[in-house]
Design a protein around this ligand. Sequence first.
Ligand SMILES: Cc1ncc(COP(=O)(O)O)c(C=O)c1O
Length: 481
Amino acid sequence: MSEQQYAISQYPDVDEVYARLNNLISQPMRSVRPEKMQEYLAYFDNNCKRSKELTDEAKTYIPGGVQHNLAFNYPFPIAIEKAADAYMWDVDGNKYIDFLQAGGPTILGSNYAPVREKVTEMLQSCGPVTGLFHEYELKLAKLIQQHMPSIEMFRMLGSGTEGVMAAIRAARTFTKKRIVIKVGGAYHGWSDSMVFGLHVPGTGRLESAGIPWGATSSTEEFFPNSLGALKRQLILNRLLGGTAAVIVEPVGPESGTRPVPFDFNRKVRELCDEFGALLIFDEVVTGFRLGLGGAQGYFGVKPDLTVFGKCVTGGFPMAGGVGGRRDVIMTFAAGIGGIGKKAYVGGTLSANPLSCVAGYYAIKEMERTNAPVIAGKAGDRLTAGLNAIIEKHGLPFVAYNQGSIVHLETSGVMLLDFRNPIRLAKELKPRKHMIEQMGAAYMANGLITLAGSRMYTSMADTDAVIDEALSRFEAVLSECV
Ligand SMILES: Cc1ncc(COP(=O)(O)O)c(C=O)c1O
């Protein structure tokens, strides 16, 4: 491991980021000029014909034509045939620089051969699943603990969503309290109790179709970075039987789209201690991406429980788990005899040999290559280049990064919330449409982003890849009027 252990070389000046974002949202939108946008949209009709055929046909069999939330791209989804390192190729043979990186798990780059080979060996010897114990479960748990000492025990599960569900259940069982507080706008997966205050702070049950009121009645949200509001809720909850846990994404909701001040996590830790609530870090994105010690190592804050996903299997299926304090994790029932009430967890395919071997070697490769730091440097280079383009063209856009998590805000849609409902009602749709268009414009220029506003860099992003990407970004951004 080189001197720098974490992906973040310099923590963003959060006040400055918000000042720039507020400036962005206070102005009319600066979109790609309409004639140019028509040209970009024509790219899809002319160059992505097979993608269109496939995803049109899929609409007959699959609701919406695509299954993954990140794949609902404007003007229509593209179908991918091949992925390697920093690139993806669609079924029409178009090549893209891939800043989606599957939504975050592939810090080593897509389809990384050394891990794939270990997985293939496992498939040949054992197959993907047996239902019984495999040594790699132990190896993975020990390796995680070695890098994140707060993980005294680890329970592997099927996804980040399951990890969050399990963490909340363990927290409630352990504390014997009911209420869980999250940050408004944060995404912690799609379990019943967490589809609350989703994406836009203050929206509560707006997206809770199909979820009974009872399932969200013990979930509360507070506005991003409002420690005063959190404290007030903790005080109030004391009268209602207490708070079982506060769950946060340590860089801020939506992978730091609303970034937190550096000392935010420490202050939340203090409040949790004061009120007897457990602190859950959702490190589904940050775990290993920010460094092998995770966000908890970077911020120097010890959570009671940590949720894992994505990087924990290096992009292989069934990426999820929860780890933390021995006394809390021991509340889980499965596999543990004993007395008292236990929190139930399960999963036919959880902790299968394939996922565990993938996770073990992905983390070993991250250790060997220093991938999180290399990916972080690529994120720094991309961000610096984007800011130079923004300045050169006199645009109000905002680029900042937390290592390999890069944000490029062009519409400011993420800054809208229920504190200003009139602006929210008026601007949500057009500003959302603008980032859809930006995403399409980038894609027509051979760049795949997450929803037109976020990029995950990986170890495969060499300087040459980033510089090529920057010239493509400039082609789009210079057309914004
Ligand atoms: C912070 C965070 N928590 C939880 C989840 C849910 O993880 P999964 O998609 O594996 O269920 C996600 C997924 O993007 C996430 O970003």
